[in-house]
Design a protein around this ligand. Sequence first.
Ligand SMILES: Cc1cc2nc3c(=O)[nH]c(=O)nc-3n(C[C@H](O)[C@H](O)[C@H](O)COP(=O)(O)OP(=O)(O)OC[C@H]3O[C@@H](n4cnc5c(N)ncnc54)[C@H](O)[C@@H]3O)c2cc1C
Length: 401
Amino acid sequence: MADNTIQIMLDKCVGCTLCVKACPFGAIQMVGKKAAIDMAKCTLCGACVPSCKFKAIIIIKSAGEKKDLSAYKDVWVFCEQKNGVIQSISYELLGEGKKLAAKLGVKLCGVLLGDNIMSKVDDVAHRGADKVYVVDAPELKHYQDDPYTKILVELVSEYKPEVILCGATVVGRSLISRVAITIDAGLTADCTGLDIDEKEKILLQTRPAFGGNIMATIITPNHRPQMATVRHKVMKEAEVHKAHKAEVIKKTYSAETLKSRTTLLDVVEEIEETVNLAEADIIVSGGRGMGSPENFAIVKDLAKVLNAAVGSSRAAVDAGWMPYSHQVGQTGKTVCPKLYVACGISGQIQHLIGMQSSKVIVAINKDPDAPIFKVATYGIVGDVNEVLPALTKAFQKVLQK
Ligand SMILES: Cc1cc2nc3c(=O)[nH]c(=O)nc-3n(C[C@H](O)[C@H](O)[C@H](O)COP(=O)(O)OP(=O)(O)OC[C@H]3O[C@@H](n4cnc5c(N)ncnc54)[C@H](O)[C@@H]3O)c2cc1C
């Protein structure tokens, strides 16, 4: 099988250097007024191709090894549980998985591993699963890499799902990367959008790339299952339909499969975070436009009146005005509150990724052209130093009635 490769059509290259600027990896140089690609640096990302106005750069894709993929059916969601409680990320994935399964015309299946977990099967069924694969064993009470990985690999080998979705949580990231490498499947981490290519019937996995400067849609045409992780609060939870029933497939595995190379000594609950941004219904966030750390007091004042958590942009965190635990965005937390108030935040893509699925977004910014207004439900053009105290006063009046 020939690998993918890239070529410069020397007869078309005019030496304009646009491709040199477009290459994020510094892999293109001009040699004798023609572009030359250093294949040791090139990742075949393709950023140079559209930059060339003369169509002088082409990526030649190999047909790839053709496998029989027809045996792979259904959309699976790994339903993460903690202390026997199914985590809400699983319901978010079931909601998204249902749409994908409907487009593919296949079943939505939940995978549930734990101890004494049979009573939770209905929770998965009520959120839309048509089938639930359950493995119930004391060894699976708490997540452990070895047994969880071995079991999921065995289930995949036996039942052949075409899509597997997993939460981009500490557990999910650890588990699904191990499964992907063992079964030689692709894995797209931290997807912010999932869809089905209706013609090809393949999963479209969209995620930020190059530091969030572009959104890349990734496909896995030659391998199955197609696997993706999604962060908490990016997708909407599936609704509860108590009448919905699922076929239950209960599996048992040998002691060898359940064995772990590590011994779990104790599980220590995390000491409560100062801010529980991820679960907050209302968040008031401040950015560089707040001007100083002291000025965050007016953000906190409004948050207090609204009984809200306080968020922050990375600029304010980097400036040392707020601790990292408050950061919302690509490298911070993903949030989905009912109300998000962005104060002095410009709305760069890396911030939007973390909050744009909030139900109502109110933006306060003195620049009427700030990108945050493009995603805002309500925009207030003005100085935070005037608008925030006025809002706090007005809400105080209304809410104390
Ligand atoms: C790999 C990578 C990951 C990143 N991850 C994140 C992330 O997780 N979260 C994140 O937030 N960013 C992240 N960033 C940074 C991001 O690109 C932006 O730099 C950052 O979000 C900007 O923060 P800001 O909006 O507070 O500041 P700015 O972009 O400087 O915007 C300040 C805004 O305040 C307004 N303003 C100024 N004064 C006032 C005033 N008195 N009243 C009203 N408005 C005022 C201005 O008009 C401006 O729109 C990341 C960047 C990279 C490269």
